[in-house]
Design a protein around this ligand. Structure first.
Ligand code: DLL
Length: 441
């Protein structure tokens, strides 16, 4: 049974989501000033950059003064691989994680015991926002290991007093059996992996709707409203979006509440700005741009104005749920997932949205880019429902034309559509890889 002290503890922690905004701003300013002095004193790379820009810790007098500080980019982290940006000696560091990225060396991130506590707390607040309680059984299918997903969710769920099933990713048949036999009420994994779990359950003759699962906490990759609908239509769960990145802490930077109108950023720990990705200029509230975070409380691996490459916008209006902390719009794309084909900028999310509007398609697709002489070609392989696949050829051809027309009108580009049988597009146990660029650019 949960004791009254534990109960008070999670209520107290979650109360930070409802701080009056003047108190929150005050807290952020004090934390920002402390952080800037600390990185200036302890991390040579930050001190050098600030000296180059002629800015000193004392110049930070208001929150808006953050704009005087230099940005940090992924390349700065790579240049200081592995431990160059740590602000604490190794004896104070209790955990390392790493994110592989697509090219080059991984990014290594570090945590002190205090950082782990902060991480557990923001994850606890995330789970509370998703309606999870100590009575829940959380099947945690995010990967355990250097990836932050598994252990991040694990510690938050334990701090809340929920029962964690640390199953990690993969072994899909076993996931379904455990889900059923243990009576899991919450599933945490990437949204694409959950779609795979739905298919697998179906194959095993198990209807997801008859299980006890009622909540899904999905993140680590972009997903869309049609994907939420597909998930909710095939199970009895309410699907929540959770966002985060290793460089900032891992999962638990922001999380949806039951209103599902954006993700609340735990801004007493992570100060967010939106900038124009080209000029670096800070944009006003409500405008779309690249989201930049400053970690206000991290000890081992603090970051100043980290450029995430994720595109979003901020909304400071109070949410219907009563939380006062700022919301970010769900991340549908990254500025660097964009590919250019025949001079046109394309984001995979545009293709996903267009194809899911056509009835008969499934949210499993892959985009293949090839080059024939000097001409670039784009092929979209998309799975269609069993019903369409067994239908007469005319029906299938009709569907192919509809998908093609939808994508071509969205992008203004010719595209080849290949409709494929259900379960033929490669599934991932973690983040889905949507684009295969075979052009050798
Ligand atoms: O993916 C942390 C995480 C684990 C978040 C579990 C949520 C759940 P990284 O591997 O460092 O960390 O990847 C971070 O993934 O910059 C985004 O581009 C993308 N991403 C993460 N969450 C979302 C989301 C984890 N909810 C990168 N929607 C980020 C869209 C997301 N993209």
């Amino acid at each position: 049974m949960q004791t009254s002290t534990q109960k008070a503890a999670w209520h107290d922690i979650s109360a930070l989501d409802y701080l009056p905004s003047d108190r929150l701003r005050q807290l952020q300013l004090v934390r920002l000033q402390t952080l800037v002095s600390r990185v200036y004193d302890n991390v040579k790379a930050y001190r050098d950059r600030m000296n180059d820009d002629a800015v000193k810790p004392d110049d930070i007098r208001t929150l808006a003064d953050i704009a005087k500080l230099p940005f940090t980019c992924k390349t700065d982290l790579r240049d200081n691989y592995p431990f160059g940006l740590f602000a604490m000696p190794m004896e104070k560091i209790v955990r390392l994680h790493a994110s592989s990225g697509t090219t080059g060396k991984p990014i290594v991130v570090a945590y002190t015991q205090n950082d782990i506590n902060v991480w557990s707390q923001v994850m606890l607040r995330s789970l509370v926002a998703g309606g999870v309680t100590s009575k829940d059984i959380v099947q945690n299918a995010y990967g355990y290991g250097l990836f932050t997903g598994g252990l991040g969710v694990h510690y938050g769920a334990e701090a809340l007093g929920a029962t964690v099933v640390p199953i990690s990713g993969g072994n899909t048949d076993r996931q379904i059996l455990i889900m059923k036999d243990f009576g899991a009420t919450v599933i945490t994994c990437t949204p694409s992996y959950f779609l795979h779990l739905i298919d697998k359950a179906h194959e095993m003759g198990i209807d997801m709707k008859t299980l006890k699962l009622r909540t899904g906490i999905f993140g680590a990759e972009p997903w869309s409203e049609p994907m939420r609908k597909a998930i909710e239509d095939h199970s009895s769960i309410e699907a929540f979006d959770i966002y985060g990145l290793s460089e900032i802490i891992g999962p638990g930077v922001s999380m949806e509440c039951p209103v599902h109108k954006g993700l609340h950023i735990f801004e007493d720990h992570f100060l967010a700005e939106i900038i124009d990705p080209d000029s670096g200029e800070v944009l006003p509230d409500g405008e779309e741009g690249e989201i930049v975070f400053t970690t206000l409380t991290k000890e081992a691996f603090p970051v100043l104005r980290y450029r995430t490459r994720d595109i979003s916008r901020l909304c400071h209006e109070k949410c219907e749920c009563g939380r006062t902390i700022v919301r970010m719009e769900r991340v549908r794309r990254r500025s660097d997932d964009m590919f250019i084909i025949r001079g046109v900028n394309v984001f995979p999310s545009q293709i996903e949205a267009a194809l899911l509007e056509v009835e008969g398609t499934l949210p499993h697709y892959q985009i293949i880019l090839t080059r024939d002489g000097s001409l670039d070609n784009m092929t979209v392989q998309v799975e269609v429902t069993e019903k369409f696949f067994t239908d007469e050829v005319r029906g299938l051809e009709n569907l192919r034309r509809q998908v093609q027309a939808k994508i071509e009108s969205t992008l203004g580009l010719h595209v080849t559509i290949k409709l494929v049988e259900p379960k033929t597009v490669q599934r991932s146990e973690g983040k889905a890889k949507r684009v295969q660029d075979q052009r050798n650019l």
